[in-house]
Unconditional design. Structure first.
Length: 607
């Protein structure tokens, strides 16, 4: 029998059913039933097959995980059961009535029909935060969409004249060189001019004598913006695209890009690359907030936006290193500038300070060490001048502690892992996000592998790092409502960084350690963790959805502040959100809490 009038009226007031047309609502009311439950009744348990969605009209329902940890207490107007229905899985949660309840039971068939027929319902139950349907701009598309997939190539032993003839006949400005399907190098018109016409290499000689060996390349999953940034910063006109085995897949040229539109992030990179001082650079980086708002408004995913923003910081850092060396002279030995924090993870937003360090060769003489201190001061001062403020915790290369030879860095990590006190946990957490920015990357490769191996093998260190990560809790109250800041400047607001994004960053770092994974980016870490089996497919998928929800909410909030003429912050007033947005944000925080509980319990393949 259909729902009685009080319940049908109640359902009509609950989102997203309040958006249904009269006919659609009437049909829903006819197919739903009402059920009463007593305290202690189990609605469903872990492993049960679900055939309905439940909407609470009166009472309360407690949701727990497989360890008995309370995930949420749901009251009137909340629904549950949709997670298992949407995934086609059995229940992974237990739902027990904690206060006498009346529920509206929506049959699974009708639930899916509503999603199919009404966009408002589909949007409400889509927890993935995939962004809008607006077209994605060229620069954020994968490079495989733009590259020439059948580049002209010759063997290393082919005569130079043969290569030149092919370039003329095909009207191309470069030709690739490959041997047994493996990419070896590239020859451009500039190479022909410089090495044949000017230097006199005989046209009958092998093309290998004039090719550029091991040129800059990218993989097929790189963004078109990566090509743009590489071209304008390194001043190259051709970027071969290769796979992990170094087999040639395609090529992207300036001609390809000229035919298409360039994103403004590439324009900022171009201006930064050609700046002669930090002051000139600041004129370019001043456009970053507007770029962020533009990218968010265009519907780009959060990880695309933060990568484009971080690319600018990377370019600015390398440009400042070059300007420093022009002033100080060449470095007295091999060195590497690395970023940690949000820049290291490629997750910078409109609010970013600087976190960085220097590793230099053990062969650098004691008398030459002041050079690197001067280099650090030049670059860090420049970064501060262009908008990347000094790190409040002094995690910068200007601190003598973070500008050291490789052997000292090795001893740092050995000490942190062997004696994981509070400071060691904090420092190790930060330094696990290191990413090379400029210099000799070989100084980091061996260090990273050695540290991951040692850390993963030390169960005590791993346990301490997990414990330290759980200090950042999602903003959930006793009844799993949103818990805002209680006092101070940001009273009644949510901190979407420290209580939203950071707990997920911490979890990603744990997966990296447990699986000896190399990615620095949080989303990439979770994906790699799923593939490596250190986090379950189900739990990892939930965490990715939660991360997308929270990170997107953070960027949308910052974009709104920028559009309003203000400065972007990480603090959000939840009352500015709709019921729909608050519901999704709360659910995302519950997922994070669940995954933290799994990590804290020491479960294998957590989640």
């Amino acid at each position: 029998m259909p729902l009685p009038p009080p319940l049908s009226s109640f359902l009509a007031s609950v989102h997203p059913y309040d958006s249904l047309p009269a006919a659609g609502l009437a049909e829903l009311v006819e197919l739903c039933v009402a059920r009463d439950y007593a305290p202690g009744d189990q609605v469903f348990g872990i492993g049960d097959a679900l055939d309905s969605l439940y909407v609470i009209a009166e009472g309360e329902v407690e949701i727990t995980d497989d360890t008995g940890v309370q995930l949420s207490i749901l009251g009137p107007r909340n629904s549950f059961g949709e997670r298992a229905l949407l995934r086609g899985e059995s229940a992974s949660r237990t739902a027990i009535v904690s206060q006498a309840a009346t529920m509206i039971v929506v049959p699974a068939g009708q639930f899916f029909q509503l999603i199919k027929d009404y966009a408002s319902v589909a949007k409400f139950f889509d927890r993935r935060r995939q962004g809008t349907e607006r077209s994605v701009e060229l620069a954020t598309r994968p490079v495989r969409d733009l590259m020439t997939k059948t580049p002209v190539s010759v063997a290393p032993a082919a005569p130079i004249k043969e290569a030149a003839t092919l370039m003329r006949d095909r009207r191309i400005s470069a030709i690739c060189v490959e041997d047994d399907a493996r990419f070896r190098g590239i020859v451009t018109l500039r190479d022909m001019t410089a090495r044949v016409v000017v230097e006199g290499e005989p046209p009958s000689g092998p093309v290998a004598r004039i090719m550029t060996e091991d040129p800059l390349t990218l993989g097929p999953d790189a963004l078109v913006s990566d090509v743009l940034h590489l071209m304008v910063e390194r001043r190259v006109g051709h970027v071969p695209i290769v796979d992990r085995d170094h087999q040639l897949l395609g090529i992207v040229t300036q001609t390809d890009l000229t035919r298409a539109q360039a994103l403004s992030s590439a324009d900022i990179v171009w201006r930064v690359t050609r700046a002669g001082s930090a002051a000139e650079m600041a004129q370019a980086t001043a456009d970053i907030p507007a770029l962020l708002a533009q990218l968010v408004d265009a519907g780009h995913r959060h990880e695309v936006v933060t990568k484009l923003i971080t690319d600018i910081a990377d370019t600015a850092t390398r440009r400042l290193i070059a300007l420093a060396q022009a002033q100080l002279g060449p470095a007295p030995g091999r060195f590497l500038w690395l970023a940690c924090g949000s820049q290291g993870r490629q997750e910078q937003t409109g609010v970013s300070d600087q976190d960085n360090c220097i590793i230099y060769s053990d062969w650098v003489k004691e008398a030459d060490r002041p050079y690197f201190a001067a280099l650090a001061r030049f670059v860090c001062d420049g970064l501060d001048q262009i908008g990347y403020v000094y790190c409040p915790g002094d995690m910068m290369a200007t601190a003598p502690r973070w500008c050291q030879p490789l052997r000292v860095w090795e001893s740092y990590f050995e000490g942190w892992i062997a004696k994981p006190d509070a400071e060691a946990q904090m420092l190790a957490s930060v330094m696990f996000d290191l990413r090379p920015i400029g210099g000799d990357e070989t100084l980091f490769e061996g260090l990273q592998a050695k540290v991951l191996k040692a850390a993963a093998a030390n169960s005590i260190f791993t346990a301490h790092l997990v414990s330290n990560s759980l200090k950042h809790q999602p903003p959930l109250g006793l009844l799993r409502g949103l818990a805002t800041i209680r006092s101070g400047e940001h009273r009644n607001e949510l901190d979407l960084k420290h209580n939203g994004v950071v707990p997920i960053v911490d979890l990603g770092r744990i997966y990296t350690l447990q699986g000896r994974l190399t990615p620095a980016n949080t989303r990439a870490r979770i994906v790699a963790g799923i593939k490596a089996g250190v986090v379950s497919a189900s739990g990892g998928a939930d965490l990715l959805d939660a991360y997308d929800t929270i990170a997107t909410a953070r960027l949308e909030h910052q974009a709104a502040q920028i559009r309003a003429g203000g400065r972007p912050t990480n603090y959000l007033d939840p009352t500015s959100l709709s019921d729909f947005e608050r519901s999704h944000l709360r659910d995302a925080f519950v997922v994070v809490k669940t995954m933290q509980s799994a990590a804290g319990s020491g479960q294998g393949a957590i989640g």
